[in-house]
Design a protein around this ligand. Structure first.
Ligand code: PGA
Length: 269
Protein backbone atom coordinates (compact mmCIF):
# COMPACT_ATOMS: atom_id res chain seq x y z
CA UNK A 1 0.00 0.00 0.00
CA UNK A 2 1.60 3.23 -1.13
CA UNK A 3 0.50 5.58 1.61
CA UNK A 4 2.04 9.02 2.07
CA UNK A 5 5.01 8.95 4.44
CA UNK A 6 6.38 11.68 6.70
CA UNK A 7 9.21 12.10 9.19
CA UNK A 8 8.94 15.12 11.48
CA UNK A 9 11.50 16.76 13.78
CA UNK A 10 9.42 17.72 16.81
CA UNK A 11 11.48 20.35 18.56
CA UNK A 12 8.78 21.14 21.14
CA UNK A 13 10.07 24.07 23.26
CA UNK A 14 13.62 22.70 23.33
CA UNK A 15 15.21 25.04 20.77
CA UNK A 16 15.18 28.84 20.87
CA UNK A 17 14.58 30.88 17.75
CA UNK A 18 18.29 31.19 16.95
CA UNK A 19 18.89 27.52 17.64
CA UNK A 20 15.95 26.60 15.39
CA UNK A 21 17.34 28.72 12.55
CA UNK A 22 20.82 27.19 12.92
CA UNK A 23 19.41 23.69 13.14
CA UNK A 24 17.20 24.15 10.06
CA UNK A 25 20.17 25.49 8.07
CA UNK A 26 22.36 22.59 9.12
CA UNK A 27 19.67 20.03 8.25
CA UNK A 28 19.38 21.58 4.78
CA UNK A 29 23.14 21.40 4.36
CA UNK A 30 23.36 17.80 5.58
CA UNK A 31 20.56 16.65 3.26
CA UNK A 32 21.39 18.67 0.15
CA UNK A 33 22.63 15.59 -1.72
CA UNK A 34 19.85 13.28 -0.56
CA UNK A 35 16.50 12.80 -2.14
CA UNK A 36 13.69 11.37 -0.08
CA UNK A 37 10.47 9.86 -1.38
CA UNK A 38 8.68 11.01 1.76
CA UNK A 39 8.18 14.38 3.42
CA UNK A 40 10.82 15.55 5.87
CA UNK A 41 9.35 18.22 8.14
CA UNK A 42 10.51 20.54 10.88
CA UNK A 43 8.17 21.41 13.74
CA UNK A 44 9.76 24.36 15.58
CA UNK A 45 8.26 26.23 18.52
CA UNK A 46 5.50 28.64 17.38
CA UNK A 47 7.72 31.67 17.96
CA UNK A 48 10.04 30.35 15.24
CA UNK A 49 7.55 29.40 12.49
CA UNK A 50 8.37 32.53 10.50
CA UNK A 51 12.15 32.26 10.72
CA UNK A 52 12.26 28.52 10.03
CA UNK A 53 9.85 28.92 7.10
CA UNK A 54 12.26 31.48 5.64
CA UNK A 55 15.15 29.02 5.94
CA UNK A 56 13.33 26.07 4.33
CA UNK A 57 11.47 28.08 1.70
CA UNK A 58 12.25 26.72 -1.79
CA UNK A 59 13.79 23.52 -0.35
CA UNK A 60 12.17 20.06 -0.11
CA UNK A 61 11.96 20.39 3.69
CA UNK A 62 8.48 21.21 4.92
CA UNK A 63 7.12 23.13 7.88
CA UNK A 64 4.91 21.49 10.51
CA UNK A 65 3.22 23.46 13.30
CA UNK A 66 3.08 22.04 16.83
CA UNK A 67 -0.46 23.19 17.57
CA UNK A 68 -3.22 25.42 16.20
CA UNK A 69 -6.33 27.23 17.36
CA UNK A 70 -9.63 25.56 16.42
CA UNK A 71 -11.09 28.88 15.36
CA UNK A 72 -9.94 29.57 11.78
CA UNK A 73 -9.81 33.37 12.00
CA UNK A 74 -8.80 35.57 14.89
CA UNK A 75 -11.41 35.96 17.62
CA UNK A 76 -10.83 36.41 21.33
CA UNK A 77 -8.11 33.85 21.88
CA UNK A 78 -5.08 35.73 23.17
CA UNK A 79 -1.76 34.01 22.56
CA UNK A 80 -3.06 31.57 19.96
CA UNK A 81 -1.90 30.81 16.40
CA UNK A 82 -4.59 30.44 13.72
CA UNK A 83 -4.65 28.37 10.54
CA UNK A 84 -4.64 31.66 8.61
CA UNK A 85 -1.26 32.53 10.18
CA UNK A 86 0.07 29.06 9.41
CA UNK A 87 -1.02 29.34 5.78
CA UNK A 88 0.77 32.65 5.48
CA UNK A 89 4.12 30.99 6.32
CA UNK A 90 3.51 28.05 3.99
CA UNK A 91 2.91 25.49 6.72
CA UNK A 92 1.96 22.04 5.36
CA UNK A 93 1.28 20.02 8.50
CA UNK A 94 0.17 20.59 12.08
CA UNK A 95 0.42 18.24 15.03
CA UNK A 96 -2.78 18.18 17.08
CA UNK A 97 -3.64 16.32 20.24
CA UNK A 98 -0.07 15.58 21.27
CA UNK A 99 -0.11 13.84 24.66
CA UNK A 100 1.76 16.76 26.24
CA UNK A 101 -1.11 19.03 25.21
CA UNK A 102 -3.70 16.54 26.40
CA UNK A 103 -1.90 16.18 29.76
CA UNK A 104 -0.63 19.70 30.52
CA UNK A 105 -3.26 21.79 28.72
CA UNK A 106 -6.30 19.60 29.29
CA UNK A 107 -7.07 19.28 25.61
CA UNK A 108 -10.19 17.19 25.13
CA UNK A 109 -11.04 14.90 22.23
CA UNK A 110 -13.60 17.51 21.19
CA UNK A 111 -11.03 20.33 21.11
CA UNK A 112 -8.61 18.14 19.19
CA UNK A 113 -11.27 17.25 16.60
CA UNK A 114 -12.11 20.97 16.21
CA UNK A 115 -8.43 21.79 15.64
CA UNK A 116 -8.16 19.01 13.07
CA UNK A 117 -11.25 20.32 11.26
CA UNK A 118 -9.87 23.88 11.21
CA UNK A 119 -6.61 22.57 9.72
CA UNK A 120 -8.35 20.43 7.09
CA UNK A 121 -10.50 23.41 6.03
CA UNK A 122 -7.27 25.38 5.44
CA UNK A 123 -5.63 22.57 3.50
CA UNK A 124 -3.10 21.95 6.26
CA UNK A 125 -2.76 18.26 7.04
CA UNK A 126 -3.37 17.58 10.74
CA UNK A 127 -1.26 14.83 12.30
CA UNK A 128 -3.61 13.75 15.07
CA UNK A 129 -1.95 12.01 18.00
CA UNK A 130 -3.48 9.24 20.04
CA UNK A 131 -1.80 7.17 22.71
CA UNK A 132 -1.97 5.37 26.01
CA UNK A 133 -0.14 6.25 29.24
CA UNK A 134 1.88 4.01 31.52
CA UNK A 135 -1.14 3.75 33.83
CA UNK A 136 -3.47 2.80 30.95
CA UNK A 137 -1.03 0.13 29.95
CA UNK A 138 -0.54 -1.23 33.45
CA UNK A 139 -4.33 -1.40 33.89
CA UNK A 140 -4.69 -3.29 30.60
CA UNK A 141 -6.79 -0.40 29.33
CA UNK A 142 -4.97 0.23 26.05
CA UNK A 143 -7.81 -0.81 23.72
CA UNK A 144 -10.46 1.32 25.47
CA UNK A 145 -8.28 4.41 25.61
CA UNK A 146 -7.33 4.26 21.95
CA UNK A 147 -10.89 3.52 20.87
CA UNK A 148 -12.24 6.42 22.94
CA UNK A 149 -9.72 8.85 21.41
CA UNK A 150 -10.44 7.66 17.87
CA UNK A 151 -14.22 7.67 18.42
CA UNK A 152 -14.05 11.19 19.87
CA UNK A 153 -12.26 12.27 16.74
CA UNK A 154 -14.14 10.47 13.99
CA UNK A 155 -17.59 11.28 15.33
CA UNK A 156 -16.81 14.98 14.90
CA UNK A 157 -14.99 14.91 11.57
CA UNK A 158 -17.16 15.68 8.53
CA UNK A 159 -18.58 12.62 6.74
CA UNK A 160 -16.93 13.52 3.47
CA UNK A 161 -13.29 13.77 4.63
CA UNK A 162 -10.82 11.77 2.63
CA UNK A 163 -7.93 9.69 3.94
CA UNK A 164 -5.57 12.23 2.34
CA UNK A 165 -6.94 15.07 4.49
CA UNK A 166 -5.36 13.88 7.74
CA UNK A 167 -2.87 11.52 9.36
CA UNK A 168 -2.95 9.72 12.69
CA UNK A 169 0.11 9.33 14.91
CA UNK A 170 0.25 6.57 17.49
CA UNK A 171 2.33 7.92 20.35
CA UNK A 172 2.42 5.70 23.43
CA UNK A 173 3.16 8.13 26.24
CA UNK A 174 5.21 5.41 27.97
CA UNK A 175 7.63 5.29 25.01
CA UNK A 176 8.11 9.06 24.61
CA UNK A 177 11.62 9.88 25.77
CA UNK A 178 10.52 12.47 28.34
CA UNK A 179 8.11 10.09 30.08
CA UNK A 180 10.03 6.85 29.74
CA UNK A 181 10.80 4.53 32.61
CA UNK A 182 13.16 1.56 32.56
CA UNK A 183 10.84 -0.59 30.46
CA UNK A 184 12.30 -1.49 27.10
CA UNK A 185 11.08 0.30 23.99
CA UNK A 186 8.60 -1.62 21.85
CA UNK A 187 10.05 -3.54 18.92
CA UNK A 188 8.91 -2.77 15.38
CA UNK A 189 6.69 -5.89 15.32
CA UNK A 190 4.85 -4.76 18.46
CA UNK A 191 4.12 -1.34 16.99
CA UNK A 192 3.10 -2.96 13.72
CA UNK A 193 0.47 -5.01 15.60
CA UNK A 194 -0.82 -1.91 17.39
CA UNK A 195 -1.06 0.02 14.11
CA UNK A 196 -3.06 -2.85 12.64
CA UNK A 197 -5.38 -2.59 15.62
CA UNK A 198 -5.77 1.16 15.02
CA UNK A 199 -6.66 0.43 11.40
CA UNK A 200 -9.30 -2.07 12.53
CA UNK A 201 -10.91 0.50 14.83
CA UNK A 202 -10.78 3.19 12.12
CA UNK A 203 -12.26 0.80 9.62
CA UNK A 204 -15.24 0.31 11.98
CA UNK A 205 -15.59 4.07 12.48
CA UNK A 206 -15.15 5.04 8.80
CA UNK A 207 -14.59 2.24 6.30
CA UNK A 208 -12.10 -0.48 5.49
CA UNK A 209 -10.90 1.39 2.44
CA UNK A 210 -10.39 4.63 4.40
CA UNK A 211 -8.44 2.80 7.13
CA UNK A 212 -6.28 1.00 4.60
CA UNK A 213 -5.29 4.22 2.82
CA UNK A 214 -4.81 6.41 5.91
CA UNK A 215 -1.22 7.20 6.94
CA UNK A 216 -0.48 6.20 10.54
CA UNK A 217 2.78 7.53 11.96
CA UNK A 218 4.59 6.43 15.08
CA UNK A 219 6.23 8.55 17.79
CA UNK A 220 8.12 7.47 20.88
CA UNK A 221 11.93 7.57 21.11
CA UNK A 222 12.42 7.07 17.36
CA UNK A 223 16.16 7.40 16.79
CA UNK A 224 18.97 6.42 14.40
CA UNK A 225 19.12 3.00 16.12
CA UNK A 226 15.48 1.99 15.62
CA UNK A 227 14.17 4.11 12.72
CA UNK A 228 14.97 1.45 10.14
CA UNK A 229 13.28 -1.37 12.07
CA UNK A 230 10.18 0.73 12.77
CA UNK A 231 9.74 2.08 9.25
CA UNK A 232 10.31 -1.31 7.64
CA UNK A 233 6.92 -2.40 9.01
CA UNK A 234 4.07 -2.26 6.50
CA UNK A 235 1.66 -0.25 8.67
CA UNK A 236 4.04 2.36 10.09
CA UNK A 237 4.01 5.29 7.69
CA UNK A 238 6.36 7.75 9.32
CA UNK A 239 7.71 9.11 12.56
CA UNK A 240 7.47 12.00 14.99
CA UNK A 241 11.02 12.42 16.25
CA UNK A 242 11.44 14.36 19.50
CA UNK A 243 14.64 13.80 21.48
CA UNK A 244 16.60 12.51 18.49
CA UNK A 245 15.86 15.70 16.54
CA UNK A 246 17.56 17.97 19.06
CA UNK A 247 20.76 17.99 17.04
CA UNK A 248 20.71 18.23 13.24
CA UNK A 249 23.15 15.31 12.91
CA UNK A 250 21.03 12.98 14.97
CA UNK A 251 17.82 14.01 13.16
CA UNK A 252 19.39 13.48 9.73
CA UNK A 253 20.73 10.07 10.84
CA UNK A 254 17.20 9.19 11.98
CA UNK A 255 15.73 10.31 8.65
CA UNK A 256 18.27 8.17 6.78
CA UNK A 257 17.49 5.19 9.02
CA UNK A 258 13.77 5.71 8.29
CA UNK A 259 14.51 5.90 4.56
CA UNK A 260 16.29 2.52 4.78
CA UNK A 261 13.27 1.08 6.57
CA UNK A 262 10.83 2.40 3.96
CA UNK A 263 12.91 0.98 1.12
CA UNK A 264 13.15 -2.40 2.82
CA UNK A 265 9.41 -2.65 2.96
CA UNK A 266 9.07 -1.55 -0.66
CA UNK A 267 11.22 -4.55 -1.59
CA UNK A 268 9.03 -6.93 0.39
CA UNK A 269 5.52 -5.59 -0.13
P1 PGA B 1 10.51 11.45 21.59
O1 PGA B 1 9.26 12.44 21.40
O2 PGA B 1 11.01 11.12 20.22
O3 PGA B 1 11.49 12.28 22.39
O4 PGA B 1 10.04 10.28 22.31
C1 PGA B 1 8.27 12.15 20.46
C2 PGA B 1 7.10 13.07 20.65
O5 PGA B 1 6.86 13.53 21.78
O6 PGA B 1 6.39 13.34 19.67
Amino acid sequence: MNRKKVVVAVWKEKLTNNQSIQSAKKILELTKNNSFNFDVCLAPNPFSYVSVSEVVSGSPIKLCAQNVLWHPKSGSYIGEVTTEMLKEVGCNYVIVGHSERRIHFNESNEMIAAKAIAAIKSNICPIICVGDTNEDRAAGNFHNVIREQLEGLFEKLPENISENDLMIAYEPVWAISTWRNDNPLPAGDEIQDIHLHLREVISELKSGDFAKKLSILYGGSVAPENGEDYMSKPDIDGALVGGASKTPESFVSTVIACQKGFSRRELVF
